[in-house]
Ligand binder design. Structure first.
Ligand code: PHB
Length: 367
C-alpha cells in the first residue's frame, strides 16, 4: 500500500474528495446521434472511473455555436440534460463526484458544425492555425482547418455570458456536483485572454483588464447561477499555444486573472501544462510557482504526469491535486492503481476519438 500524498482526502470548495487524483476533461466524441446526446455508454464509461477524487466531464458545448468537433456532447437541449442526468446518477451510484466542463470553442470550428452553416465566432476575425473535426452531409468525416471567424459584436457578448449561465442551470438540473469554466487550450475564453487572437478595440480587448473581462464576467455569471462559488472551478493554460493562441505576456495576463479570482472563492483553479501536447516551454515552472504564490485557493495541475511526478508536485506544494487525462482513458481504476502502486495499462491512440465501446469502456481493471 503506497503512502502517496495523492491518496489524502481534501475539501474542495463545497465538496469533500476522498483522494487527490482527478480525472481530467477528455474529448472522446462518442455522444449519441443525432443531437449530441450523452447515453448509456457514456454513463458506463464515467461510472467505471468513479474512483477518482473528482471526475471533470469531457468538454461540453454550452450552445450549438460552441461546438468544434463532430459528436461532442452538449448541455443545451432537454434530451442532453436528461442524458447527463443518467450519467451523473451512474457516477453517484458508483460513489463518485462529477463536475461539468462548460465549453465554447469560439473560432475553433467550421460552418459544417454551426447552426445554418454560418461562420464560427471569435473575439476578432483572425483565423486560428488549427484543425477541427467535421462530418459531411454524406456521413463521411475528417479533420479540417478551422474557418475564418466572425468577430462578436459588443452587443452579442452578453448573450455568450448568458449561455454560460443557462448551461450552468442545465448542469445543476442534470445533478452535476459543480461546473468547470473551460478558459484553456485556445477555445473562446482563452482566445479573449491571449493577445494574438484578441485585437478588439472595445472593452473586451486591448488592455490586460479588457482581455480578462469576459472570463471574469462568465465566472461571475456562473457563480450567480450556482448560488455557490464552492461548486465552480476554472481551467486555464498559461503559456499554452494549442489551437494557435500565443499571449505576449502570459505571466502578466494570468497573474492578473488569478488575483481577480482570489476574491471569488472558487472551488479550484485547474492549470493545464503547456507541454501536454509535447514541446518545451522555457520558464513554465517558474510561472507556475509565481501563480501558486499569488493564488490563495486550491490548485489542480494537469498534463503528462505519473504517480511519482504527481506525488512529488504535491510534496513540493506546487499543487493540491493532480489531474490525469490519458492515463484515465487507459486505466478505469487509476486511483486504485496509484493506491496500491500497480502498473498502468498503455493507451491505444487509434481509439481516442469517436466509435463506441472499443478503447472506451473495455480497458481492463486490475486483477
Ligand atoms: C480536443 O478535442 O482535442 C480538445 C478539447 C478540449 C481541450 C483540448 C483538446 O481542452
Amino acid at each position: 500500500m503506497s503512502r502517496s500524498p495523492l491518496m489524502l482526502p481534501i475539501r474542495l470548495g463545497s465538496i469533500d474528495l476522498p483522494n487527490r487524483v482527478i480525472m481530467a476533461p477528455l474529448t472522446r466524441q462518442r455522444s449519441k446521434q443525432p443531437g449530441n446526446v450523452p447515453y448509456e455508454l457514456n454513463a458506463t464509461y464515467y461510472a467505471q472511473r468513479a474512483n477518482a477524487g473528482l471526475i471533470i466531464s469531457e468538454a461540453v458545448q454550452i450552445c450549438p455555436e460552441g461546438q468544434g468537433y463532430a459528436w461532442t456532447p452538449g448541455i443545451h437541449s432537454a434530451e442532453q440534460i436528461s442524458g447527463w442526468k443518467n450519467v451523473t446518477e451512474a457516477v453517484h451510484d458508483a460513489g463518485g463526484r462529477m463536475f461539468l466542463q462548460l465549453w465554447h470553442v469560439g473560432r475553433i470550428s467550421h460552418p459544417l458544425l454551426q447552426p445554418n452553416g454560418v461562420d464560427p465566432v471569435g473575439p476578432s476575425a483572425i483565423q486560428a492555425k488549427a484543425e477541427c473535426y467535421v462530418q459531411e452531409a454524406d456521413g463521411s468525416h475528417h479533420k479540417t482547418p478551422t474557418a475564418m471567424p466572425r468577430a462578436l459584436e459588443t452587443s452579442e457578448v452578453s448573450d455568450v455570458v448568458a449561455a454560460y449561465a443557462q448551461a450552468t442551470h442545465n448542469g445543476l438540473d442534470a445533478d452535476f456536483d459543480g461546473v468547470e469554466v473551460h478558459a484553456a487550450n485556445g477555445y473562446l475564453l482563452d482566445q479573449f485572454l491571449c493577445s494574438n487572437s484578441n485585437q478588439r478595440t472595445d472593452e473586451y480587448g486591448g488592455s490586460l483588464e479588457n482581455r480578462v473581462r469576459l472570463v471574469l464576467e462568465v465566472v461571475d455569471a456562473v457563480i450567480a447561477a450556482t448560488g455557490d462559488s464552492g461548486r465552480v472551478g476554472i481551467r486555464i493554460s498559461p503559456m499554452g499555444t494549442f489551437n494557435g493562441v500565443d499571449d505576449a505576456n502570459p505571466r502578466e495576463t494570468f497573474s492578473h486573472l488569478l488575483r481577480e479570482l482570489n476574491s471569488r472563492d472558487l472551488a479550484y483553479v485547474h492549470v493545464n501544462r503547456p507541454d501536454w501536447v509535447g514541446g518545451t516551454f522555457e520558464g513554465f515552472d517558474s510561472l507556475l510557482q509565481a501563480l501558486r504564490d499569488l493564488y490563495d485557493g486550491r490548485l489542480i495541475l494537469a498534463g503528462g504526469m505519473t504517480a511519482e511526478s504527481g506525488a512529488e508536485i504535491l510534496e513540493d506544494g506546487l499543487a493540491d491535486m493532480i489531474a490525469f487525462g490519458r492515463p484515465y482513458i487507459a486505466n478505469p481504476d487509476l486511483a486504485l492503481r496509484i493506491k496500491v502502486g500497480a502498473k498502468w495499462n498503455e493507451i491505444n491512440p487509434a481509439t481516442l476519438y469517436g466509435g463506441a465501446e472499443e478503447g472506451y469502456t473495455d480497458y481492463p481493471t486490475m486483477k
